[in-house]
Design a protein around this ligand. Structure first.
Ligand code: FES
Length: 195
């Protein structure tokens, strides 16, 4: 494997952006603001976003206002638009500024916009994909709706590592007998049968 690809931090900065990631549960989103529509500030692959429900549905937008960079996480939903609390610019679900209260008669320039990312809801989670140029899908989780399974939701917690290292650890069965003996694995069985 070449040196760059074997470096998980390199992978984090490039490949991960093509994939869908859950950024919050729907429950967290609806509880984030008394309006029940956000905005909720989330972090994905080093980017700060706001999740907010506007006229177009639940949207994932860049977290900084394109006017004077105020945090849109401090903004509020006003008639289906996300309004900045600094000078009141309003954004739609595509990230376009659609209202500048101080200049009501001015044509709004096309550059008055913030990043907008694809978002979907599945399995009780809000998912975001930062780069839509690859045909990736939300991972299938058939057990979530299977009556024979029980979905258990735990509190979020932070790992002091890169996303790639975390994922690598999660699918690495060979460490189980050493790190989780008698809990997740039989310490007398060292060999791994691929699932
Ligand atoms: Fe957002 Fe001015 S900084 S409207």
């Amino acid at each position: 494997m070449n040196e760059q690809v074997s470096n998980p931090d390199f992978i984090s900065e490039t490949v991960w952006r093509y994939f869908w990631f859950p950024v919050c549960t729907l429950e967290e989103f609806y509880a984030a603001d008394p309006s029940g529509r956000g905005p909720l500030k989330v972090m994905l692959l080093g980017e700060t976003l706001v999740i907010v429900e506007l006229d177009e549905g639940i949207a994932a937008l860049g977290a900084r206002c394109c006017h004077r960079s105020a945090s849109l996480a401090l903004g509020f939903v006003d008639k289906g638009k996300l309004r900045c609390r600094y000078h009141g610019w309003a954004y739609n679900g595509k990230g376009h500024c659609v209202e500048i209260p101080a200049c009501p008669d001015m044509e709004i320039p096309a550059v008055a916009r913030i990043p907008q990312y694809e978002t979907q809801q599945a399995y009780g989670l809000v998912w975001v994909r930062l780069d839509a140029s690859a045909d990736t899908k939300i991972p299938l989780c058939p057990g979530f709706t299977d009556k024979n399974f029980k979905a258990v939701q735990i509190e979020p917690y932070e790992w002091q590592t890169s996303a790639a290292r975390r994922l690598e650890n999660y699918v690495d069965l060979a460490h189980f007998p050493y790190v989780h003996p008698n809990t997740l694995f039989d310490p007398n069985i060292m060999s791994v049968t691929p699932p």
